[in-house]
Design a protein around this ligand. Structure first.
Ligand SMILES: CN1CCCC[C@@H]1Cn1ccc2ccc(-c3n[nH]c(N)c3C#N)cc21
Length: 241
């Protein structure tokens, strides 16, 4: 059965890329179903108002709870995880993507303005899991870009979506390390040569070299990932690198 993704947003056209390329083919093959809904369909005033002034004062506007509750009551199957992108969320990780890919589907609530009235997430938690997540430490204008990112991260893990299963298994972060450099033809290019070990045909040496490159790159760019490695993930020799 297909993985059902639903997105509620005031900018439905922003999610149009979800129908392209990888996702498009997966959708055609019935692996994933994507539905994008305009939050304003659940407003009841002539101006289709979705925002209002913040209690307690402060800049900007907050998204009203009622349109969100009406939308979610209609589109969210009971028990389906609601994902709410927010800069104040827990960091979105590959582990979350893998966990969510094993579920029947997801509903995404895209906020704009200063965000969504907090009571929507609190109320939604009564009908199933709610994940308030952030895709990174930078500020966006709304949740739509985050939804594109998370949908791509999750759908590529669905069985059958990515042809080459290996490329998913050996993802960067899959073993907790960054992946090392990749090369293809020509062997010598504008004065830059491919590391000779990769042309040697010595697969043990190539595997060792690649592991060392991953470790060096991780230590240089993401030392925080090294701290998180499980016991015994690194040999004594690797620790010395
Ligand atoms: C700027 N403006 C006032 C400050 C608070 C945020 C607001 C804009 N905004 C409204 C809804 C909304 C949802 C996600 C994000 C978001 N920003 N950065 C991330 N990693 C995000 C995620 N995931 C931003 C959003």
């Amino acid at each position: 059965s297909s993985f059902l993704i639903q997105v509620v947003t005031i900018f439905p056209e922003y999610l149009a890329p979800l129908r392209q390329s990888l996702l498009g083919k997966a959708a055609e093959r019935g692996l994933v179903d994507i539905a994008v809904h305009d939050l304003r369909a659940w407003t009841d005033d002539v101006h289709r108002t979705v925002d209002d002034a913040p209690y307690g004062g402060g800049p900007g506007m907050v998204m009203r709870p009622e349109p969100w509750a009406r939308a979610l009551e209609e589109v969210r199957p009971p028990g389906t995880r609601l994902v709410v992108p927010t800069p104040a969320g827990r960091p979105f990780t590959q582990a979350m993507a893998a966990e969510w890919a094993a579920e029947p589907g997801l509903v995404f609530a895209c906020g704009r303005y200063e965000g969504i009235d907090q009571r929507v997430a609190d109320w939604a938690a009564e009908a199933g899991p709610v994940s308030e997540v952030s895709i990174g430490d930078y500020v966006l204008a709304g949740g739509e870009s985050a939804v594109l990112v998370m949908v791509e991260a999750v759908t590529r893990l669905l069985p059958g979506v990515v042809g080459n299963r290996e490329s998913v298994e050996f993802d960067s972060h899959a073993d907790g390390l960054l992946e090392g450099p990749s090369y293809t033809r020509p062997a010598s290019w504008r004065g830059h040569d491919v590391p000779p070990v990769l042309l040697s045909g010595d697969h043990a040496a190539i595997a060792r070299w690649r592991r060392e490159q991953s470790l060096r790159r991780t230590a240089a760019r993401r030392p925080d990932l090294l701290l998180r490695l499980p016991e015994g993930a690194l040999t004594e020799a690797e620790r010395q690198l």
